[in-house]
Ligand binder design. Sequence first.
Ligand code: ACM
Length: 469
Amino acid sequence: MSDPIALVPLPQSVVWSEGVWTTNDPWEGLSVGLNDSLPPTEYALSISPAGAALSAGSEAALADGRNTFAQIVTGAGGEIPCVTISDRPKYAWRGLHLDVARHFLPVEEIETFIDAMALHRLNVLHLHLTDDQGWRVEIKGYPRLTEVGSWREQTLIGSMETPEETWTFDGTRHGGHYTQDELTGLVDYARRRGIMIVPEVDLPGHMQAAIAAYPELGNFPEQQVGVREVWGISDHVLGVSDTVFDFLRDVLTQVAEIFPAPYLHIGGDECRRVEWERSSAARARLNEWGLTRISEIQGHFTQFASEVLREQGKRVIAWDEVLETHLPDDTIIMNWRDSAGVKTSVDRGFQTIISTHDQTYLNYYQADPKDEPVALGRPNTLKDVYTARLEPAKLPEEKRALLLGIQAQLWSEYLPDPASFQYMAFPRLCALAERAWGSPEQSWEEFEERLRAHLPRLDAFGIRYRPLD
Ligand code: ACM
């Protein structure tokens, strides 16, 4: 028995037939099976007065088809239109990134996101599990990561883009973490809905929470730092001692074991070098490793993490900063900094996921900032998302093949509760999901009309989206 879930993007080809199929339990009337003669990404769904049949070229395509069926059924009230659908996605990677580090999101709220992803035939959940402001994953042998690193004493109120002397703090402890068992359960919950979870352990920057828990992970162990209480980029990054690399081996190995996905994201973004510049230990290591520039230390981390993960049969994904220093050829790049970077990355032969900030960051304002809760960036409206030029123009076919897909990012600095996460994600995620599925180019007006008809499905899932008007 499948979990009844629902979804959104218009299939690429829909042939409407006459009539309806009347049923009280549509899942009972759905026959499902793999069909070798279909391409692996394709499914075929037919609904006739006699019942419904779904076949697909792979388990993944079967999940897509099941989600399409659930979408049709959601809100159909027992009368289901007779249709024949044959469909396949444009991209293999149709992702959503959730930052559960800046603000902790309880497991059941992540499950709601997973349901909503299936509703939109998104198939990868990227969980950003660690950052300066909070460490969210249990690691055996390192209890202080969650006892200390998961909690910050207080949080900045409002935008960080105000003068520092005017900052005020909420005086409230914030935190939480996921046990390994909870994460294993989440992996299974997602898998049953056709979704793979890819974890991120951000390194060697964005590690202040870990360094707060274990000062010996930093560059200056005698200096005690706390879990960060403001946003922005921390100077406190991992040091270069054997202790640090032993720690990373343990963390990456345990996280790799929790998440069966063949990938692990190692972050790599926004790693400041000021501490390395000041550290005699970092300079000594540089000589030992036969490197010359301080910046190359980051490449050493990328290389180390890749080797550990290769032993686990996994490939590394990282933000595009890793392109600036040494990295293995099979690294998958998430380009976030600018759309020109997407082209650079595929030109250099790297598999690439489009995650450009000005187009795919759903934590950016979605309307005029004066009318919205505090957020980041310049407004990236629903229409901007639906009509964005996501792919570089004029890519030769062999380069286009390196584009694995599209991913939405939901950073949570200014998302203090689950309702805020949902408000920022929806309905823009509906638009981005359709772009990632690659439904035929539609006009904005046509999409808006279709979205209005779709919103009751979000209501059915209890999603608190931003109203259209
Ligand atoms: C990022 O926004 N720092 C990937």
